[in-house]
Write a protein of this length. Structure first.
Length: 509
């Protein structure tokens, strides 16, 4: 089910053609001079015009926009890209070619959700050139499912025709009576719209009389039945009020409320697709509404649905329930006002009393502020404040002087020599004690190191080696220690030292 195709901003032929004066301005505009134009340095040959890429692209763009302009194109959506900026870029293709398309975020286009990859759609837009890439593209203004465009075109043609004749002129719209007593209702007796209207009327104005002119609101012949019902209600109204016929175009369309049998006519039905609502887009219905001697309220479909009936009627309501609320608004508001009048009066009286009491309190306060006793009391309070301030000043001055004396006494004590000498004497005694302690500690340290070194040397001395059972053999004559057997000669006298004593011997082969 498709709705919203009848919105005025989404209608394909509304203000989409490029104004002629704008084309003339573009054609007369002098192209921007290229930065690579060296014509002044190198004059072109006679009869030879050289264009820059930007100039050529601009000319192509102007020719496309002038010659092609706004068009309807059908095809399949592919390569759909929705940017974070809100703009949508896609390609429209068929079996033989493809076209780049762009739908800008600021465009008020209904049914954007139809743009999906693989969806066959009918697009309306302006053919132009994107100069930065030198490619032609379609700037989309309207989106429809393929197959609905015929009805939309017929809708636009009839709308333009009736608008030219003045059927939509705002100055012809008549105001609705504030307190209607009897209305005519043109709708289907079995539809949901009549139930919604009766429910709202019963709740807001049960005394309102409704005269039903039943008719079909969908299908073949429905438009003629709707128009006949409107004319029948007008004839009933004219006969009851003593009129012979409905007024012509040049007659006044305002009737006297005192003689009016019907106050207005409500033409309504529930929501549906464009095809379902098409009976209310027929010219015969528009003519019947325009020729009506009674004000007409149109409430066809839902809020997003617009029909020719809505444009011709004196008042358009978004839904049947909204139409019933509009019709009963005066009586309902009056009842609400009357019901709330006692509370309103009590609030107003309470507010006036509060204002009077506030004024009385202000006058009493002004009298109290200007009474002589008050001023005398303020003078006494001021005197007490001054006396307390004087006492605080005396105490603070005494405190400041005492603090200054203490600071000076401290400074005097710090500059006297006795405390300095005492401190230096104590420092000298402390340093002497620390010096003696450091000397004793160093002496103990070196004594320990000497004892350790001595014990190590003693362990490494020959006496300790001899004590373990070793001996030292030397030449008896020279005292040279014999370390190798080959150094000893036959008959050489030797001397062997052991732990206790020496042994003399002679070498033999």
């Amino acid at each position: 089910m498709r709705r919203g195709l009848n919105r005025p901003k989404a209608l394909p032929s509304l203000a989409l053609e490029r104004p002629a004066w704008l084309n003339s301005v573009n054609l007369m505009t002098k192209p921007a001079k290229s930065q690579w134009d060296f014509g002044e340095l190198f004059p072109a040959e006679t009869g030879r015009k050289i264009l820059s890429v930007s100039e050529l692209t601009a000319q192509v763009k102007r020719l496309l926009e002038k010659s092609v302009g706004s068009v309807w194109v059908t095809g399949e959506v592919t390569n759909l890209r929705a940017q974070s900026s809100g703009h949508m870029y896609f390609t429209l293709k068929d079996a033989g070619a493809q076209l780049s398309c762009v739908l800008f975020r600021g465009e008020t286009v209904a049914h954007r959700e139809l743009l999906q990859d693989g969806q066959k759609v009918l697009l309306q837009g302006d053919v132009t050139v994107y100069e930065a890439r030198g490619q032609y593209q379609l700037v989309v203004r309207s989106v429809e499912l393929q197959g609905v465009g015929t009805l939309q075109i017929a809708f636009e043609k009839l709308k333009q025709k009736l608008a030219t004749e003045g059927l939509f002129a705002p100055e012809r719209k008549r105001p609705l009576p504030k307190y209607p007593q009897r209305i005519g209702l043109v709708t289907s007796p079995t539809g949901a719209a009549i139930r919604d209207i009766l429910h709202v009327v019963q709740r807001r104005n049960p005394d309102l009389e409704i005269i039903l002119a039943p008719c079909r609101v969908q299908g073949q012949g429905a438009a003629e039945e709707i128009a006949a019902a409107i004319r029948m209600l007008n004839e009933f109204h004219c006969r009851s009020s003593g009129r012979e016929a409905a007024p012509s175009e040049n007659q006044s369309r305002v009737t006297s409320p005192a003689t009016m049998v019907l106050d207005l006519i409500l033409v309504t039905r529930g929501g549906g697709s464009l095809e379902d609502l098409w009976a209310f887009n027929e010219e015969v219905v528009a003519r019947a509404i325009f020729e009506s001697a009674l004000p007409v309220v149109s409430a066809v479909g839902h809020e997003i649905d617009f029909t020719i009936c809505d444009f011709v009627a004196d008042v358009r309501a978004a839904t049947p329930s909204a139409a019933a609320e509009i019709i009963t608004e005066g009586v309902f508001a009056s009842r609400e006002f009357v019901a709330g009048a006692p509370d309103w009066l009590r609030r107003k009286l309470r507010q006036q009393l509060e204002h009077a009491m506030e004024d009385l309190r202000q006058v009493h306060g002004r009298l109290g502020r200007w009474h002589p006793r008050r001023r005398f009391n303020e003078a006494l309070q001021r005197l007490d404040d001054l006396q307390a301030g004087l006492l605080r000043g005396v105490r603070q001055g005494t405190k400041d002087r005492r603090l200054t004396w203490q600071n000076l006494a401290g400074r005097l004590r710090r500059v006297r020599p006795a405390p300095g000498l005492r401190q230096r004497r104590e420092t000298l005694v402390t340093n002497r004690r620390r010096l003696h302690e450091l000397a004793r500690a160093h002496l103990r340290n070196w004594t320990n190191r000497f004892a350790t070194t001595e014990s190590r040397l003693r362990l490494l001395g020959p006496e300790q080696v001899l004590a373990r059972g070793y001996s030292i053999t030397m030449d008896a004559a020279t005292g040279t220690v014999i370390r190798r057997a080959r150094d000893v000669k036959s008959g050489q006298p030797l001397r062997t030292r052991v732990k206790e004593g020496e042994i003399s011997s002679r070498a033999e082969k």
